[in-house]
Design a protein around this ligand. Structure first.
Ligand SMILES: [Zn+2]
Length: 288
């Protein structure tokens, strides 16, 4: 769903509008005051980021525990940054955030890192037809033949569904098989290339219907034998990492993988990706 900067600015013209939104998201469901138990309205305290019960004065803080809480950056700028992340296809460089928001580079970099944390992958496993493939990322080009100093990324994607991708030190079967087992429901039809690390997927320990693209392994030939979807994702990921972020170090790589997986998974939601990302702010806070 399309959500433009004009709509964004209309919906969130100022700090109060952003704060009210956070209050509504976090405490909008409250019917009674948690303290005095009366059916109360909560009013925003003047010049403060809290809302107080009309009867007993009990205060609720919609930003407590969120990425906004201890930040001196205005909420409106945070919202704007989240908007940029949610509408961009190729990611948002800290330099670009700095330019658009008028904050320092350091602040922009920190904001981007925090927003990326909101984009973490969930634990819900994939099912149905799942393409699985691995790729490599690191200095010195993206060729598989030179992967000595590279990290592996294992990716799993449901046809017309969700994606999961995880960074690993290498692509040994001992590392990739447990990741697949956790991420893909047993019995699913999995499609891989001919890499031998996948050979055990059809063993009873894993229990998948395994199709191998190159050799057409499996019990019957089947026209859906390709890994085009996951390969498309790798293409998008690498183009964006190179074009927007230039180089990402191994200790940050997973958060960038999460960013692009999130974008893929929210590509055609019923609500705008912006709303989905904003919803994560309070959810992440409540998870602890
Ligand atoms: Zn009260």
């Amino acid at each position: 769903m399309k959500y433009t900067i004009a709509e964004f600015n209309k919906q969130f013209p100022d700090e109060v509008a952003c704060l009210d939104e956070m209050f509504k998201r976090r405490y909008g469901h409250l019917i009674k005051c948690p303290k005095c138990s009366k059916r109360a309205a909560f009013h925003r305290a003047k010049n403060r980021k809290v809302y107080a019960c009309q009867f007993c004065g009990y205060q609720l803080s919609p930003l407590a525990g969120t990425i906004f809480h201890k930040s001196s950056t205005p909420l409106k700028l945070w919202f704007h940054a989240i908007f940029l992340f949610s509408t961009s296809k190729n990611g948002v460089a800290a330099k670009e955030l700095q330019r658009q928001l008028g904050v320092t580079y350091k602040t922009a970099w920190r904001m981007a890192a925090q927003i990326r944390k909101l984009m973490g992958q969930d634990d819900e496993p994939l099912a149905g037809e799942v393409e699985i493939d691995e790729t490599f990322y690191g200095k010195g080009g993206t060729h598989q033949t030179k992967f000595k100093n590279k990290h592996a990324i294992i990716g799993m994607v449901e046809r017309k569904g969700k994606i999961k991708a995880k960074q690993l030190p290498n692509r040994q079967a001992a590392l990739i098989l447990p990741v697949i087992k956790e991420a893909v429901v047993r019995g699913s039809r999995v499609i891989t290339d001919e890499y031998r690390g996948y050979d055990k997927l059809s063993y009873s320990a894993y229990g998948y219907q395994h199709h191998n693209v190159k050799h057409g392994k499996g019990h019957y030939s089947w026209k859906g034998q390709n890994t085009n979807t996951i390969e498309g994702f790798w293409g998008q990921l690498k183009t964006s990492l190179r074009g927007t972020y230039h180089f990402v170090s191994p200790q940050h790589l997973q958060s960038y993988i999460d960013e692009f997986a999130w974008r893929y998974n929210n590509r055609e939601g019923i609500s705008p990706a912006f709303v989905a990302l904003l919803a994560r702010v309070s959810q992440v806070a409540q998870l602890g």
